[in-house]
Ligand binder design. Structure first.
Ligand code: FES
Length: 143
């Protein structure tokens, strides 16, 4: 329960940060965002790219995936229990590449929103990050 509350709190804070960022003027990608990887590293429904973000002064695991032609990023933290999702480093999708799946108890998440679609994460969601692709590279907007 404490984990769910913390995840919800983190989600709200990241939403506030993302909203604040969208109100700032657009600069170059490098000035306003962190480079995560080359766009070609993320294949549709394929392996994700793991990276870390700073959250509350600490490093927190995160990942990026490509789904439906778009890039999405989330904290690598299940909404059920704060465990990393990937069953093998970078393996976030289920066998059909339809959902993101947690390796611990099998929670399923919609890749395009992070919303729980099955399993013990009912009503919860992954914490989303503000990702974008520009000039063949994947970035996360800075907080
Ligand atoms: S820790 Fe992810 S489903 Fe339980």
């Amino acid at each position: 329960m404490a984990d769910k509350e913390r995840l919800s709190e983190l989600g709200e804070r990241l939403t506030e940060v993302n909203e604040g960022l969208s109100e700032t003027s657009e600069g170059t990608a490098e000035a306003s965002a962190c480079l995560i990887c080359a766009g070609g590293e993320l294949l549709e429904g394929g392996d994700g790219v793991r990276f870390e973000i700073e959250l509350d002064g600490e490093a927190a695991p995160a990942f990026a995936i490509r789904y439906g032609g778009r890039v999405y990023g989330y904290l690598n933290r299940c909404a059920h229990i704060a465990m990393e999702l990937d069953w093998k480093l970078g393996k976030f999708f289920d066998a059909d590449a339809e959902y993101l799946i947690c390796s611990t108890h099998g929670a399923l998440y919609a890749p395009e929103s992070g919303a729980c679609r099955g399993g013990p994460c009912r009503g919860a969601a992954l914490v989303g990050l503000n990702m974008f692709e520009a000039e063949g590279k994947i970035y996360m907007k800075r907080s």
